[in-house]
Design a protein around this ligand. Structure first.
Ligand code: B12
Length: 475
């Protein structure tokens, strides 16, 4: 049996460490025909990898590249140097077997990353069907020219980019992350990731999700999702499950069906999700989510200015965001809100429209995260806009340094000043550049939660401490 080593190169641990769900799904997809091992770099950061390569002696090595940069304009974190230094270079120094790349970051910048790493093959987007075909083709010296979404060192262009349409619905794909990696380090701080669908039909101008996952929502069956949660819960005990879909409550009715299935089976778990789309929210959805075990959600409207919602092509309107915010308050669903300023047409009046919404509608116990500057990604409408407005030239690489779009109607200094002022005068608003809570603050939060036996999300405890410290002039 040929051997495949899959390496997770993601070492980012903020806002919390995320398990390599996609890589484990690939391991499962190849696991019957190949002997597969997964090396998880999140905590090990490359330690022991070379020894594993020498001892396991794989026939293929696949590196997953998830994060390229951290999408915070002024922080300029670029992950690739460390990925090369800790994972790819040491491995290439001890073996000549074919090197394969994939992952969400890779799917955005396949050509740049093939060049930067010197890899032999890369797959853009999901790879459960394509990777086994590629391995088979290499082993049997077959032509790889017809394999969709493949890029090779020899050609450096992605083949049949529309290959997503050849792929199956995402149903039937189970993940069993803890079979492939040691889940213990994630149990305390992290989450168990669950994907309920692939694809995104929305048209947000800056977003990469449709490029990574395709444009069609391809939901899994609620019974499969509930099976996955139930099984992992039985194996791992008290852990939090997090949905990693582009938007959880799309297509309409999907989230409700999942909640109903979890409730019907009486699975008692803690759930959280990112990406709640205001358009498809209802009181029924919130009731079901609370009953199913949701302890926290993320709401990412990006803006609450009608003009910006239009220019960002968010696909929902202010009234829908307001309605969602009212329901979040009514059901007291702990929520982290995310706003992204500086999109096309942003000026101080649109900024204040969003701020007015925050003041009037958001539960003060909830966190509001404010970021500015939109990362420009290739093949997105924002890239086109940036070219049309003369910010970048046609075909210009935005890989490194990471390039950002900023509205021409307000200076960066002015917008930054507005965000800083808002975050200083509102206890629950946080500027994206504000560093993670100090160890001292975290320790106090942990102690408060223990003494008061709090079960609320950590961010709510931290927010209260932050407010108290501010009042006391401690920060
Ligand atoms: C969910 C998510 C989050 C959640 C994670 C929750 C969780 N429990 O995992 C949260 C909100 C916490 C988050 C945080 C961040 N995220 Co995020 N996140 C995502 C999202 C939407 C989905 C990732 C996912 O789980 N996909 C599902 C799995 C099944 O798919 P997959 O891993 O991609 O794997 C498949 C393929 O890629 C491929 N594949 C994967 N590996 C390999 C390897 C080989 C060899 C091959 C052949 C194929 C292959 O096959 C797999 C199976 O089909 C992506 C966008 C997207 N749609 O992909 C952004 C995304 C990955 N995040 C991104 C970023 C930047 C971040 C942050 C750095 C942001 C920040 N400053 O905080 C942090 C980093 C957190 C960390 N610790 O790493 C960027 C990365 C691009 C970039 N600019 O670098 C993305 C692409 C979004 C974007 N802006 O475009 N994120």
């Amino acid at each position: 049996m040929k051997k495949v080593l899959l390496v997770n190169t993601n070492i980012e641990k903020a806002p919390y460490p995320v398990p390599p769900l996609g890589l484990c799904m690939l391991a499962r997809a190849c696991g019957d025909e190949y002997e597969v091992k997964v090396y998880d770099g999140v905590f090990a950061e490359g330690a022991g990898l070379v020894a594993l390569v020498e001892q396991f002696n794989p026939d293929f090595i696949g590196f997953s590249i998830r994060n390229i940069d951290d999408v915070v304009m002024d922080r300029e974190v670029f992950y690739m140097d460390e990925i090369l230094e800790k994972f790819i270079h040491p491995v290439k120094a001890v073996t000549n077997v074919p090197v394969l790349l994939g992952g969400s970051g890779f799917s955005i910048f396949p050509v740049d990353l093939m060049k930067m790493t010197g890899a032999d093959y890369g797959i853009v987007g999901e790879a459960e069907e394509i990777l086994p075909v590629l391995l088979y083709s290499i082993i049997n010296h077959l032509d790889t020219d017809e394999i969709p979404n493949l890029i090779t060192a020899k050609k450096l262009t992605v083949q049949k980019k529309s290959g997503f349409k050849f792929l199956k619905p995402a149903s039937g794909r189970f993940s069993d992350i803890d079979r492939w990696i040691d889940f213990n380090p994630y149990s305390a701080k992290g989450v168990y990731s669950i994907q309920t669908k692939r694809g995104c039909s929305h048209g947000c101008i800056y977003c990469t999700y449709p490029l990574i996952e395709g444009r069609l929502f391809r939901p899994r069956k609620p019974s499969d999702i509930a099976d996955e949660i139930e099984n992992a819960h039985q194996r791992l005990g008290h852990i939090t499950f997090e949905f990693v879909d582009s938007t959880f409550n799309d297509p309409k009715g999907h989230a409700e069906s999942i909640c109903r299935e979890i409730i019907r089976r009486k699975i008692k778990v803690r759930l959280r999700t990112m990406g709640i789309n205001p358009r498809h929210t209802s009181e029924e959805l919130f009731e079901l989510m609370l009953k199913a075990g949701f302890v926290q959600i993320d709401a990412t409207p990006d803006s609450a200015s009608p003009r910006l919602l239009g220019s960002l092509c968010k696909g929902f309107n202010l009234a829908e965001i307001q309605k969602m915010a009212l329901m979040i308050r009514k059901f007291n669903m702990p929520t982290m809100w995310f706003f992204l300023f500086g999109g096309p047409g942003e000026d101080s009046s649109t900024f204040h429209e969003t701020l007015d919404f925050i003041d009037a509608f958001i539960n003060p116990a909830d966190l509001v995260y404010m970021n500015a500057g939109l990362r420009i990604y290739p093949d997105t409408p924002l890239y086109k806009i940036a070219v049309e407005e003369g910010r970048i030239s046609a075909g210009q690489s935005v890989f490194r340094p990471p390039l950002y779009y900023y509205s021409g109607k307000i200076s960066k200094t002015e917008l930054d000043g507005l965000i800083r002022e808002a975050s200083l005068t509102r206890h629950n608003c946080i500027h994206a550049l504000e560093t993670a809570p100090s160890q001292e603050m975290i320790s106090e939060a942990v102690e408060t939660r223990r003494v008061q036996q709090l079960d609320e999300p950590m961010f709510r405890t931290l927010l209260r401490i932050r407010t108290a410290w501010r009042k006391a002039g401690k920060i």
